[in-house]
Design a protein around this ligand. Structure first.
Ligand code: TXE
Length: 480
């Protein structure tokens, strides 16, 4: 049984506690590896290593930092098959999805920021003929990066790459539920020759390791992606310490479909936006609003396509829906289906655990679920479920659908389907979401600001937003 190790000061090490946590394969429910049950003592060691490495790394010319990050990207690409297999086994997602989305995007994250730092510039301000001001954007120091289980390497590198590119050193923690590709990244960084202490990866629980990163006085910036409740916990610790905080949290995203949309293109995409990665993406559209004239046609066509999604072995190319990431999460999602029924919902398809045959007979699988007949204000339509469960609701007017779409505590993403571009602009301007897709979904330009409002988070990732988060702005004013 493989025992993963921490990556601290350039070396793979056992946890100081000598204790280990189990790591399961969602598709089979089987224990298949163990991860370090690290503690605050391991974080202290990692933070010391990162602090020692900071002067050298932050003084490394941008071109050299860029070359190092590009080397890491190359090694990720060279290990595509191995990393995709590891991701699929650890998370339960279909192998084809890990190969086509997760791992390529991890390499792209490194490439994007490795090249971005070669083109950054900052501002200067001439104060009449009195003074000249220039802005320095300097790396902060040791950055803490904490990431979730749904897109493990994709989101882990989405934080680590800009932090390192900007000249910071990093103490990073992957989810204890999906640690494998973070461990593989440690091996890649060693092979790439990343200087010791520049990146440190510490495995363990949120309560032990995540909390220790958040509270460590030598880690002045925290970048977190995960649940809203956890984000609040982190903020309660970090705020009084005046740490820089980036929080990418939950979502309850609306998909708004007007009758004048391109029906076939919409149907294909909405199927993806509803159920991609088993609905375990914070950007998935879990509340689908359909203009009444189109409701019956959409409901029947969509439900038919959902029933045809194959729930099965993630290793099978024909699988449309893989396993749910953990038994606990499967129970949580099924609990919401029960709640939907109690609230008066009509389950059109799915709604139950699926028994997959052969090697996956003990795995954690849920049939993709479509529910209609619920009010927009009920708990099922207000709370993040984060699984393969969507609700359908008809609407008659723009004002009505905007009121319903904006009614939740979240404000992360939205999709709008219409052939009327003026209406698209009008609706987008009124939606309380940080990311809005018109006639598409998950079409990503990494230069754009990424993040949400309300309880979906604080701050933005991506492009210059990320590099600004991981730097301190300093204005220097010289009297002429
Ligand atoms: O996230 P957690 P989980 C949502 C989704 C899901 C819920 C909880 O609704 O059901 O969040 O999922 C670390 N201090 N999203 O349990 O607990 C933890 O170890 C510091 C949306 O995965 O937030 C892990 O590494 N760190 C999200 C990371 O935080 C702590 C994607 C995320 O774990 C900590 C995933 C603490 N006190 C879930 N407690 C998105 N926006 O994409 C935990 N952690």
């Amino acid at each position: 049984m493989e025992h993963l190790q921490n990556y601290i000061n350039g070396e793979l090490t056992d946890p100081l506690s000598g204790m280990w946590l189990p790591n399961f394969e969602p598709a089979t429910g089987a224990l298949y590896s163990r991860i370090p049950a690290s503690t605050a003592a391991d974080i202290d060691t990692a933070a010391e290593a990162a602090a020692r490495a900071f002067p050298g790394w932050s003084a490394t010319p941008a071109e050299e930092r860029s070359r190092m990050l590009l080397r890491i990207a190359e090694l990720i690409e060279a290990r595509l098959d191995d990393l995709a297999a590891a991701e699929s086994k650890d998370n339960g997602k279909p192998l084809w999805l890990a190969r086509s989305v997760d791992i390529p995007r991890a390499a792209r994250n490194f490439r994007f920021f490795a090249t971005a730092i070669l083109h950054t510039s900052s501002e200067a301000h001439a104060t009449d003929d009195t003074a000249i001001n220039y802005t320095l954007r300097q790396p902060i120091g040791v950055a803490g990066c904490i990431s979730p289980w749904n897109l493990p390497l994709y989101l882990f590198t989405w934080k680590i790459a800009p932090a390192l590119a900007a000249g910071n050193t990093v103490v990073a923690k992957p989810s204890e539920i999906t640690p494998m590709t973070a461990y593989r990244l440690s091996e890649i960084c060693i092979e790439a020759g990343l200087p010791p202490g520049v990146l440190n990866i510490v495995h363990g629980t949120g309560a032990d390791v995540g909390a220790a990163i958040t509270a460590h006085p030598g880690i002045p910036a925290i970048s977190f992606t995960g649940g809203t409740q956890t984000g609040a916990t982190i903020a309660r610790t970090a705020a009084p310490m005046f740490k820089k905080l980036s929080l990418e949290l939950g979502g309850k995203n609306p998909t708004i479909i007007f009758a004048d949309c391109d029906f076939d293109e919409m149907l294909e995409t909405v199927l993806r936006s509803a159920f991609s990665n088993q609905g375990e993406i914070c950007l998935c559209g879990s509340r689908i609003f359909i203009e009444r004239a189109l409701y019956d046609r959409f409901r029947d066509a969509f439900t038919e396509r959902v029933r045809a999604l194959r729930v099965g072995d993630p290793l099978d190319d024909a699988t449309g829906q893989g396993a749910i990431v953990s038994e606990q999460h499967m129970e949580k999602v099924l609990g919401y289906v029960d709640l939907a029924r109690e609230e008066g919902g009509n389950v059109l398809c799915g709604g139950e655990r699926v028994q997959v045959e052969d090697r996956c007979s003990e795995g954690w699988f849920i049939a993709p679920t479509v529910i209609e007949g619920l009010p927009f204000s009920c708990r099922t339509n207000q709370e993040e479920i984060f699984g393969p469960v969507v609700t359908l609701m008809p609407f008659d007017t723009e004002d009505e659908v905007l009121t319903m779409a904006n009614s939740t505590p979240y404000g992360l993403a939205a999709s709008v389907w219409t052939g009327d571009v003026t209406r698209a602009h009008r609706v987008a301007a009124q939606l309380q979401s940080g990311i809005i897709w018109i006639n598409c979904w998950m079409l990503r330009d990494l230069r754009t600001p990424f993040g949400g409002m309300k309880q979906s988070g604080v701050g933005r990732e991506g492009g210059w937003e990320a590099l600004r988060f991981f730097t301190e702005a300093k204005n220097v004013c010289i009297k002429l």
